[in-house]
Design a protein around this ligand. Structure first.
Ligand code: NI
Length: 169
C-alpha cells in the first residue's frame, strides 16, 4: 500500500524516531509499504518518519529500482564508520521540487537488521554513503534543508512558505 509522504513543515519530520523493539508482522507490512511508496514516488530512499511512523527504519535503493538486489532495508541502523567528504546536490521526497548541495561523508559503514531480523552490515561510498547519511538524518528528525545555511536555506524556506500559503504544498 502506498502511504502519503509528509512534507517539510510537518513537525513530525523534526522529531527523533524510536528503536524498533520487535520485528512483528505489522513492522514487516510497514517495510513493504515503504518500499512500494519509495518506488512509486519515485525515490532512492525513504525513512519511516516520512510516512508518519516514528520508528528507526529506512529503505533505500540507489538504483531507483533499475538494478537487481540493491534494495536495502535497515531496522535500528547505526553507523560503524564514516570518513571522507563529498558535496553533491541532494533532494528529498519530503521536500519535492528542491535540491541543494550538502556536505556528506564519502564513505559510510552501516549496521542494522533486515526485514527478517538478520544482521546486515553494508559499506557505502558515493551516492550510497550520501543516502545512508540522509536517511539516518531523517531518523534523528533532520531534513537536508536543516543542514543548509544562509541564503541557500532562506531561499528554499521562503519558497516553501509561499507554496504553503497558496495551498500548493
Ligand atoms: Ni529525505
Amino acid at each position: 500500500m502506498i502511504r502519503p509522504i509528509l512534507r517539510f513543515g510537518d513537525e513530525f519530520l523534526h522529531q527523533a524516531a524510536s528503536p524498533v523493539e520487535e520485528i512483528t508482522p505489522e513492522i514487516q507490512r510497514l517495510v513493504d509499504d515503504m518500499v512500494e511508496t519509495m518506488y512509486a514516488a519515485p525515490g532512492i530512499g525513504l525513512a519511516a518518519p516520512q510516512v508518519g511512523v516514528p520508528l528507526r527504519i529506512f529503505v533505500a535503493d540507489v538504483s531507483g529500482g533499475h538494478g537487481h538486489g540493491e534494495l536495502l532495508t535497515f531496522i535500528n541502523p547505526e553507523f560503524m564508520e564514516r570518513g571522507g567528504t563529498q558535496r553533491e546536490d541532494e533532494g528529498c521526497l519530503s521536500v519535492p521540487g528542491f535540491n541543494a548541495s550538502v556536505m556528506r561523508s564519502s564513505r559510510a559503514v552501516l549496521k542494522g537488521l533486515t526485514r527478517d531480523g538478520r544482521e546486515l552490515v553494508v559499506e557505502g561510498s558515493g551516492l550510497l554513503a550520501r543516502c545512508f547519511e540522509h536517511e539516518m538524518d531523517h531518523l534523528d528528525g533532520t531534513l537536508f534543508v536543516d543542514r543548509l545555511r544562509g541564503l541557500q536555506k532562506d531561499l528554499i524556506v521562503r519558497k516553501i512558505r509561499k507554496l504553503t500559503r497558496s495551498g500548493k504544498w
